[in-house]
Design a protein around this ligand. Sequence first.
Ligand SMILES: Nc1ncnc2c1ncn2[C@@H]1O[C@H](COP(=O)(O)OP(=O)(O)OP(=O)(O)O)[C@@H](O)[C@H]1O
Length: 622
Amino acid sequence: SSLFSANPEIPALNLPVVNDAPKKTIISAPVTSFSHLNLHLGIESYISEKLEFTDMTEVQSKSLPVLLDGKDALIRSQTGSGKTIAYALAVVQNLQGLVPRITRMDGPAALVFVPTRELALQSYEVFSRLTLPVRRIVATCVVGGQKRKSEKARLRKGSNIIVSTPGRFIDHIENTHCLSLAKVKWIIFDEADRLLDMGFQKDINKILTAVKEQTGTKQQVVLLSATLTKGVENLVNLALTNPVHIETEAGKAKEKNAQIFVDPLTGLNVEKVPLPSKLTQSVTIVPSKLRLVTLVAFINKKCVIEGDGKLLVFLSCRDSVEFHFRLLKNMKGVLNNAISDKKLGFFQLHGGMTQPERNSTINGYRCAKSGVLLCTDVASRGLDIPKVDWVVQHTSPGNPVDYVHRVGRTARAGKAGHALLILSPAEVEYVKLLTKFDIVAKELKLEEILFVLTRKMLTYSAVIYGTVGIQLGKEEASKVHRELEELVHGDKSLKEFAGKAFVAYVRSYATYPAALKHIFHVQNLHLGHVAKSFALQEAPSEFLHNLKKTVGAHAIRQIRRKKSNMENSETENNKTDDITVEKEIKKKGTKRHPIVAKFDLMSEFSSGITDFSPSAKKKKVK
Ligand SMILES: Nc1ncnc2c1ncn2[C@@H]1O[C@H](COP(=O)(O)OP(=O)(O)OP(=O)(O)O)[C@@H](O)[C@H]1O
């Protein structure tokens, strides 16, 4: 059926006028030069010559003097503000000055804990750079997904700074006999809120106890967290002594405007997370059927027509990432080959990939001048990839805190960046919810994105945008969608991926937290339209049984019955995708226990390190 028929109406958003992000950069706040810190000369010149940093960022200028003074600290600031350098520099500067001189054989002096492997590798990279001028200090990274044996060998050779995920580190405490914690002086918890969200509390307690037992002295403890949750407060009370609370002006400014809000996921009071100051945010309302073609049009707009864009696209689940990745990198014949001829780099990142695959994706995308990284929430926290122009949220994250972390992958270190959120007409209420968190986006009209499909080059803009332009955009979108469908239906394996992605999408939709079900409810999904967004002509019957638990067996039976009635009726033949599950499944509520829903939402993080599903917890390997 037509791409533009039977769609729900796009409601008017009536958004407040948003000025483009202020031109002021986040690193222009009280800046001071690194030279004021009396750093080791090698480190100082490394920072200015190799890293080419001239001034400290705000969070660095506020926290470095405190950390170098030996104080415990709780540091909070917006994404991309330079927190990693802040703690890494303090640690390396402090360790190089120890008397007697520290060497690798002294073993660990600083332990850094982060929630995911990618973050561990990223933080380790910063340490390994900063230790280049002081080669006797050695940093190492100990994370899951790598061979224990080689990690043990590295620990045996001696490392002074260990960057790790808590689960893996506990494993080494228990099984690596050469690992002594007797000389640990620093403990750092980066992304502490996420560490606790992911259930690392017990592991953290074990680590703190082990260090205490082996050293008998107090460590300098630093906690970095975007939000001040109850869990973070408890950890501060447990592990920090007279901590200095450091936060940036952006955070403080928000504080004045009632900063506390109820986290829809947990129902607890948490603090708002400030957004990068040079971020511009847009929202587009897209009926389900048009989601795929809109994404293709947007990629074409940013990476082909307007130049060499670098896009990060968040999708809801692994199968969806896998499908879009396979489809997009193989778009021969679509849009007159505009995207395939450009030889644009497409990358994928999700928790189902092996660690070497994940590393190679991140490195490839990091080096790419232009390209598209399709990912799940595994990439939403802390990943520092240079020059990401646009963060596109093809599916909403649900929790506004996660929204802030996702968009924080752009507009980093005072640079400009843009974010686009795609919502369906049934989800517009989410825009209102975001405004309560001071997240205000301006509307980017769907027609504007689709209209660009009519232009092969930017200069060919003579086509009048207006009623005619809108119609031309629709025609071109229908054509492109047909081409995408042909591509999928002509390739058995791609069609299989589309079917799996369709099922996984519907399932992940059912895991939005209960507090957001009035906006994102699986019952509101129109399965036929959702199928179209995966370039399928209809909800694939061979996969429908997989959705029994999600939408209810009764609903599936209804869909099948309706479908066969339609197939039997010639006159109704062109309505086959018009299968709504709305009313049929009302009785079969899809409510999930909030904790289960939370685990589902977190699965991308957990899959990368440890399995956090309640059943897997029991099986946890010692
Ligand atoms: N003083 C500085 N001058 C210029 N760029 C800097 C400076 N300090 C850090 N950066 C750069 O800013 C970027 C963001 O830094 P970093 O990853 O440490 O931020 P973050 O606050 O930890 O972000 P997130 O909260 O998302 O984890 C990095 O690319 C880093 O190289």
